[in-house]
Ligand binder design. Sequence first.
Ligand code: ADP
Ligand code: MG
Ligand code: MG
Length: 896
Amino acid sequence: PKFVYSFTEGNKDLKDLLGGKGANLAEMTNLGLPVPPGFTITTEACKVYLGSGSEPAGLRDEVSAHLEALEQTMGKQLGQADDPLLVSVRSGAKFSMPGMMDTVLNIGLSDASVAGLAAQSGNERFAWDSYRRLVQMFGKTVLGVDGDLFEEALDEAKRAKGTVNDLDLDAADLRELVDHFKSIVRGETGREFPQDPREQMDLAVHAVFDSWNSDRARLYRRQERIPNDLATAVNICSMVFGNLGSDSGTGVAFTRDPSTGTQGVYGDYLQNAQGEDVVAGIRNTVPLAELETLDKASYDQLMQIMETLENHYRDLCDIEFTIERGKLWMLQTRVGKRTAAAAFRIAVQLVDQGLIDLDEALHRVNGAQLAQLMFPRFAEERPAQGTKGPERVAWGIAASPGAAVGKAVFDSYTAVKWSRSGEKVILVRRETNPDDLDGMIAAEGILTSRGGKTSHAAVVARGMGKTCVCGAEELEVDTKKRRFATADGQVVEEGDLISIDGSTGRVYLGEVPVVPSPVVEYFEGTLHAGADEEGGLVQAVHRLMAHADVRRKLRVRANADNADDASRARRYGAQGIGLCRTEHMFLGEERRKEVEQLILADTEAERESALRTLLPMQKGDFVELFQAMDGLPVTVRLLDPPLHEFLPDITELSVRVALAEARKDHNENDLRLLQAVHRLHEQNPMLGLRGVRLGLVIPGLFSMQVRAIAEAAAERKRSGGDPRPEIMIPLVGTVQELEIVREDAEKVLAEVRAATGVELDIALGTMIELPRAAVTAAQIAEAAEFFSFGTNDLTQTVWGFSRDDVEASFFTAYLEKGIFGVSPFETIDRDGVGSLVRQAAEAGRATRPGLKLGVCGEHGGDPDSVHFFHEVGLDYVSCSPFRIPVARLEAGRAAI
Ligand code: ADP
Ligand code: MG
Ligand code: MG
């Protein structure tokens, strides 16, 4: 196979092979944009290298051929002593992993060629500055030397010179620093810094390959659910120099504001600097708009190119560029990461600009982003009367939105440790680097005192959807002493509560109360869809939701047990109730007592009396529920949990009985209760007396529930309503169970019909939540008018583990070992549980063509699972009211 592609050969669709950076460098080259020439070594080469420990056969020759061609183009050879060609060796995987992988600049410089570079450029300082950068980057990323050693040496050189600015170091200082750096390399690795340019390049290529498997790259991939086997490509790119003087510089830019979506000039520029300096926050950057006054020609060209890129990619792009003595060079572009709000706004802006259609716009937003927009945010600074209100102590850059409250911590280790023990923490740093990644994941939010919208903290936080305020320069952060000081001298110690607002950049001491988001207010109906709230965010959500509703095949129902939840669900767009759990109707002081009586009943008469008392209570609940969901289906599940859940706690009761005994004070009822508790105690209640089994052994229980449903429906009909109940039998494993319950239920329905004279059309169906039910779905469908897949229990029973027990014990280990990419309780396990769902759906429909199929359970509101249920062709998903908008959006996306 071909392992090396020149930038002139690739294109943006080859990301699998060339990585994102390589594919887009090729795309820009082919668009005729000024990209320094170079070539890309494919991810396939990396895979072979990582698998076998050595380069694939033929790679070396291919690289040599491409290097020769590059040398020809550039008219100089790599590391040539009198006029060296220098290159960067850059990582670049299919998905961007900001700061995760290693890049080495200025490859080709050596003791011999540094003089040539100085002579050619007429700038000795520049040559030595480039060389010291090479030794530093190469030492750290290729040779594995602790980067702090170089940083300290650099700081020392600046101190000796009495400055904090690296620009004050002159050629002689830098030359000395190179010597110092080389001695560090020698001391730490026992070898000299390699002088052979090709050896430098090859070692750097291998280091980039290896960096795919570094701890922080693995951690990032796990967090972002990026597969481990994609591997990285390597880009060899001829160097252009932003560190040649004040007519040179380097910068980053966005074609729109990545946190709001607003069009305009967004970016940072740094004069006389090389690549990494912008993001690392070494010196203060200037806003991109200032480039217009520094170098009008380059600025105009850059604006032109940004427009070209936006129109070409039809999306927000971010770019890296360098200006070398007034000549603009493009070094990177990609479709840029953005906040959730920006994603929605940009998608509809592009529709309005005619660049994309609504389907494409819908494709570009997702449920996770919508969920993020529904989070509450901080209340305005309008303190309640008589209180002081939250104290704002700094105003940084709003880098990634959200309202985060937590205890201040100053290092990654503490962030992880504290969050593991259940504390909410905010990671406070001067600036972050890739080593802070696990702390950033653990924290509620990130606060830095340095760096802009393109700093590491900002970029990574946006990618993770985590709240971030950066560049809060008024704050004096001292990570060694674990505290920060505010401008007015207050000190926040580790463990003190702070609040940060990633939408405004504000930082508060203490805990600030939160308010609902405008998107939730829109769904609630308290904010008009036409409201131009937050720069059109609400309108954007409204338009994309409407389009999702047009496109989707799946209906979306709610899991709701009471009228309040049902009404909210309706406001959020629910098309019925997919799961009404009746067990909640057995709780509360009075009802509980009746349930106890039912359990303790020795005689038919006692049992019937208890059931008679419960009937009107249940009926009342259903009347309210049917009213709230008038005209829409309401699936009521008959009693599911084991009875002992309604009895007092065994220990508590035992103590009570023992104390009473000691006082010689017999309480007959408590004694009977205790006996019942012992009788009903189960080793494994999840697999015990519950669901349909209860209905079959407690005479009259299910009939009472069916009667309550039927009478409630009749009552609603008589008062002009349109109730549409469906009765669902839980935990069925065989069609016989269902047939028996069905027969009884039909009798009750006929009785109610006769007694009320109201025509009732109530479907009877079952949950499919046991493997046996799924496997015998063809038979079960004979007796069921609908199936609702109870994917929570089905996941437990298919895998053979109980959710309550495993999530805390071995799941973390399973996730770390990669046995699960994600918990099967969060996202449906397509291969196992999902495949049973698919088979059961097909078998059920084969028996009964009109069989209605739905899902209840957490998976109904999970984006990936919704896509799966769409593929399987179910009729609806059901989820908690708050997840309904997410399910609607994802069902729409699944259908385009
Ligand atoms: P990352 O993926 O971390 O952004 P890059 O490979 O893009 O890593 O490179 C790091 C920095 O070096 C960037 O600022 C980039 O613009 C700069 N850079 C990379 N290659 C060159 C080059 N050939 N000439 C000048 N600067 C470069
Ligand atoms: Mg880059
Ligand atoms: Mg269940």
